[in-house]
Design a binder for this molecule. Sequence first.
Ligand code: TYM
Length: 335
Amino acid sequence: MSTKATLFSGMAPSADSLQIGNYIGALQQWVEMQDTYNAIFCVVDLHAITVPQDPKTLAASTRTTAAQYIAAGIDPEQSILFVQSHVSAHTELAWILNTITGFGEASRMTQFKDKAAKQGTEAASLGLFAYPTLMAADILLYDATAVPVGDDQRQHIELTRDLGGRFNSRFGETFKLPEAVIMKETARIYDLQNPEAKMSKTSVSDSGVIWMMDEPSKTAKKIKSAVTDDDREIRFDRGAKPGVSNLLTILSAFTSTPMPELEASFAGRGYGDLKSTVADAVVATFEPMRARALELLSDPAELDRILSRNAARAEELAKPKLATVYERVGLLPRS
Ligand code: TYM
């Protein structure tokens, strides 16, 4: 690899499509950053199974997620785009990191607390508890220094820094410490029907989620039914106008228009007008991506070849790093 810094990020194939928050919060940044970094993008299937997945659909969702990365503009010849379970060093390093992670420290992860509460704490698995150490392994394995993500991942990246630093001080300088790259304006997209809650692939109601793979007419309909407020003014104010602010954020991200300019252009116009403009902008971006993803998915053998080649590229970087880690920890090398 060149002297460029390394970027690592990933998404869980926990639904049959990514949602607009994944795109605005992360994927859009990935595409912009892939030229300036040695970029590594992972479909984190082992993270997906920390909550129950249907074995009949998981492989398909994994392919669909990879296809959406490519359709959004990730170049799998230039960047490395692979499936997490194809490179076993991730789980092997995660185990080592588990041994230097405090139980209390892991218990403080808010995403674990939220997800565990959703399932009922008794049903939450040890895998869900260890989700952040697997994520730390993903990042540390490649000495990634930039991790572009949405706001909800900030705490996990701080933990990754802590674990990397702890390993370095106990066993000798081994890992580079990563920084989260979080775009302030677009770090959190909210549910269209419940604009106080983060939009999520696992939302209970479908009507509040915009899926990248949805048909354009469905997307437009959802946006036109988005919850707003009783007021009439179009301005960004997250506290007082969460629904309108969310729509403005989406529009700003899709049209690269700064918020003050958008607000000025909507002065005196109504919510119906705002919604149609947002729907047109989203459909204009997502429709060609959906078509490209479907085209890629129509030839799964070719897609699998791309993923296999890229897993080999990732493994070439990951294996020597894991060997160094094992050696530093004092594990007996297999002769
Ligand atoms: P996942 O699949 O939950 O989310 C993928 C990415 O989308 C961002 N995101 C959002 N951004 C803005 N608004 C939203 N409503 C929204 N919903 C999701 C997430 O912040 C994330 O960037 N744990 C990671 C997956 C992962 C990973 C890694 C990321 C595993 N290993 C290593 C970076 C580096 C996750 O949240 O996936």
